[in-house]
Design a protein around this ligand. Structure first.
Ligand SMILES: Cc1ncc(COP(=O)(O)O)c(C=O)c1O
Length: 391
């Protein structure tokens, strides 16, 4: 077991010269999964027509079945898109909202999604409310009280991350979904960091809309995410791009539509024009890879390393921790005194070969560490020794 991080390091394509503690941004793909990705790409280039017109649909079905077993939902309740921004954009495109209504969110959301909500709310004259979350978080009750204090009769939707990008914190989403239901508010959950990070059971959580990235913690190649839509909202849902699977309800299109699935939801979304969907087919291989390497154990070793690293760094800085240990998984954002965040990041990369994101929020500066199966204690030691030199 002790040599597992080294063995796993060998299984990934990451440059061994870099201490890579930033899995959270775009993930990293193990060699066997990447190999099967390339095998699909090869098939596509060898048989472009057969692959695009026949194989794609069969492979998508197999992949959706595998993912739906993994996150516990019906395989026809989810579609693949390249990234969570695309998934959230699709939901925003479809929400039914009136001037004066409100969407409740937080000030911890991902920038691309904030931008889409801001644009849409200005166009349609509703309010996008970002509850100001006070850090450090003391406990769940305080967080929930602060969040719900921004809700009111006008709140029609909640948009919130289950694990936030800027802080790495795991938010109490099951509590929020339960309370939202009681208040008649629909939930749109941004679970970009969730699949293969913390358990996800869609049927149990029962959100209205949910997106997760699969190239992050499940380690698929770049460019695969899913959008889950509860059955009752699938009927009229529209893709942002309408293509050959769209229009079965229109007489004039009926004769030219090739229906690949009994589900309209699947048909209107899965063909979006010529594109390389090879990453979409790799879900079964990625799940199999993590099963083979006992990822439950790998994950718990990573979680321990995150807590230990955070303890060691805050011992040096004497700065507060932004949340209790139990709010963390594979990632932690740690306050650190930094004069110029851009040059600090450059120095870490150029002089110490360390890859981590560095950020500033209000008056604080911080960085985020991610620990994945390929990271070893030596990576953390190198980070901490370097920080000691730089502080
Ligand atoms: C919480 C969260 N939401 C959404 C996204 C959007 O991802 P992308 O830019 O790939 O669409 C990210 C990306 O890291 C994220 O962390």
């Amino acid at each position: 077991m002790n040599n597992l991080p080294d063995a796993l390091k060998n299984m990934f394509l990451l440059d061994p010269e870099i201490t890579f503690l930033n899995h959270g941004s775009y993930g990293a793909c193990p060699k066997p999964v990447f190999k099967s990705y390339q095998k699909y790409q090869m098939e596509l280039e060898m048989h472009p027509v057969k692959f695009m017109q026949e194989d794609v649909y069969r492979l998508l079905e197999i992949s959706r079945k595998s993912l739906s077993d993994y996150i516990n939902c019906d395989k026809d309740d989810l579609i693949y898109v390249s990234n969570p921004t695309h998934a959230v954009g699709t939901v925003i495109h479809n929400i039914s909202i009136n001037p004066g209504d409100e969407v409740l969110s937080t000030n911890l959301e991902y920038g691309s999604c904030d931008r889409m909500w801001t644009y849409d709310s200005e166009q349609k004259d509703y309010k996008y409310i970002q509850a100001d979350i006070t850090l450090p978080i003391e406990n769940k009750e305080e967080f929930l009280n602060e969040f719900w204090s921004s809700a009111n009769e006008q709140t029609k939707y909640i948009f919130i991350s289950q694990i936030t990008s800027s802080t790495g914190m795991i938010l109490p989403i099951p509590d929020i979904v339960i309370e939202a239901k009681k208040r008649g508010i629909k939930t749109i959950i941004d679970g970009a960091h969730v699949p293969a990070h913390i358990p996800l059971d869609i049927k149990e959580l029962d959100p209205d809309y949910y997106t997760g990235a699969l190239h992050k913690w499940l380690c698929c190649p770049k460019g695969i995410s899913f959008l889950y839509v509860k059955k009752e909202y699938q009927e009229g849902i529209q893709p942002m791009v309408k293509s050959w699977g769209w229009g079965e309800e229109y007489e004039k299109f009926k004769s030219s539509i090739q229906l690949h699935s009994p589900s309209r939801f699947i048909n209107v979304f899965q063909w979006q024009g010529t594109t390389d969907m090879s990453a979409f087919f790799t879900v079964p291989e990625a799940i199999q890879f993590q099963n083979e390497y006992d990822w439950k154990t790998v994950r718990s070793r990573c979680f321990d390393m995150v807590i230990e690293a955070r303890n060691r760094i805050t011992d040096i800085t004497k700065l507060p921790k932004i949340c209790p240990d139990s709010w963390l998984g594979h990632m932690a954002t740690i306050l650190f005194p930094i004069e110029d965040t851009a040059s600090f990041k450059k120095t870490l990369y150029n002089d110490y070969q360390i890859e981590i994101p560095v950020m500033s929020h209000k008056d604080n500066t911080a960085f985020r560490i991610s620990v994945q199966g390929y990271n070893s204690e030596a990576d953390i030691d190198h980070l901490i020794n370097s920080l000691e030199e730089l502080i």
